[in-house]
Design a binder for this molecule. Structure first.
Ligand code: PLP
Length: 403
């Protein structure tokens, strides 16, 4: 009946109605993208679902959030347009000024933002959270309401003991949030170690294809802060777009195989580079001589991640030259994608960089490990970066990963 009348309507009206998508098949192998920014009422002026308006209600977003919450064994998740937006939402959702204790070694962009939260009335102290004695002293000196850690930390891959920090935080009534971007839920699920919130830059491993900018928060349980973060996101419209949420969900279908392959290659490269006569030090939590290895073995189950850094024997100029001479590794910032990336990190972080200027950060992709190693080795050799009396050249190496 309606269809017949519809056919009689003018072209201008019919084109507004768009294609007939009333009956969405639900048995498609892949979920559709729900792009609606508003939802219709029925003839009695009632909504037929709890979806009203796109700024707060989107099925693709909710489906992807449910997928991530389940992976992290959390109660629920919220997706944002970036990792920074997700992390900032935690602070912006606070209802009154608080004291925060945070890892001194963390992604420099977030550290810079957190350093300025005094303008919201909060205070913050950065502490070496790998040092539990120092952390306990800081917590006793001035009890925080929120403890924020990043493990392994970018770009030195220092490891913080989540379970121990959770105990210290909870003892003074503080909540613990963990930036678990680098560990991924494949290897570490912080909520299982007592964390109250998990955060990811989903731009990285969760998506894995360097084509979505996204961030996510996962809560162990609902609460007032979680509700306020949700309201703030709905009010400001800072939720991830449906299209990006769909791409993210697609990327996550290969999360486990991608990340395990990346970690296996990273471990292989770390071992081989530790014995390379151009390399002074390899930073990778999977190496037994890494200071955080014992903790990493406990809380990173099945692998130590796909990120490592190297410091070259011949310093900053050598590091820059090597980054320029590789042919397979791509010269770019970011991490966690299927393509391997090399970055002279201090160039990115700027003058106030906490990271040494001879450090190259390697985000290992899914290419053949031999090709990745050969590319670095060739670059070091053509540039003449080999150190003749390097300990690796002697028969008694006994040198582990760092000197
Ligand atoms: N956390 C870590 C560990 C990161 O490496 C990054 C970005 O590099 C972020 C957070 C910020 O994420 P985004 O760039 O998605 O805002």
């Amino acid at each position: 009946m309606f269809q017949k009348r519809f056919a009689d309507l003018s072209f201008r009206t019919r084109v507004v109605a768009g294609p007939a998508t009333q009956d969405i098949p639900r048995n498609g192998l892949v979920a559709p993208i729900h792009m609606a920014t508003t939802y219709t009422r029925d003839e009695r002026y009632a909504y037929v679902s709890d979806y009203v308006y796109g700024r707060s209600d989107n099925l693709t977003l909710r489906e992807t959030e449910a997928q991530i919450a389940a992976l992290e064994r959390g109660h629920s998740a919220m997706l944002f347009g970036s990792g920074m937006a997700a992390a900032a939402a935690m602070v912006l959702g606070l209802d009154r000024p608080i004291h925060v204790v945070a890892s001194s070694a963390m992604y420099y962009g977030l550290k810079h933002w957190l350093a300025g939260i005094g303008r919201f009335g909060h205070s913050i102290e950065f502490v070496d959270t790998t040092d539990l004695v120092a952390l306990e002293a800081a917590i006793e000196r001035r009890p925080p309401r929120l403890v924020w850690i990043e493990t392994p930390s970018n770009p030195l891959w220092q490891v913080t003991d989540i379970a121990a920090v959770a105990r210290l935080a909870h003892a003074v009534g503080a909540e613990l949030a963990v930036d678990s971007t680098v560990a991924t839920p494949v290897f570490t699920r912080p909520i299982e170690f007592g964390a109250d919130y998990v955060m990811h830059s989903a731009t990285k491993y969760l998506n894995g294809h360097s084509d979505v900018s996204a961030g996510v928060l996962v809560a162990a349980r609902p609460g007032d802060l979680w509700a306020r973060i949700g309201m703030l996101r709905a009010d400001l419209g800072t939720g991830l777009s449906a299209f990006d949420a769909w791409l993210l969900a697609r990327g996550m279908r290969t999360l486990d195989v991608r990340v395990r392959a990346q970690a296996a290659t990273a471990a292989d490269l770390a071992r081989r580079l530790a014995d390379h006569p151009a390399v002074r030090m390899v930073l990778y939590p999977g190496l037994p001589s890494h200071p955080g290895h014992a903790v990493a073995r406990r809380q990173m189950r099945g692998g130590f991640g796909g990120m490592l850094s190297i410091r070259l024997e011949q310093g900053v100029e050598a590091a820059l030259a090597a980054a320029g001479a590789v042919q397979l590794w791509r010269r770019a910032t970011s991490l966690g994608g299927v393509e391997s990336l090399i970055e002279h990190r201090a160039s990115m972080e700027g003058a106030s960089a906490a990271c040494p200027d001879d450090l190259l950060r390697l985000s290992v992709g899914i290419e053949d490990p031999d090709d990745l190693y050969a590319d670095l080795d060739r670059a070091f050799r053509v540039l003449g970066l080999i150190v003749a009396d390097h300990p690796a050249s002697s028969s008694d190496t006994g040198r582990g990963d760092s000197r």
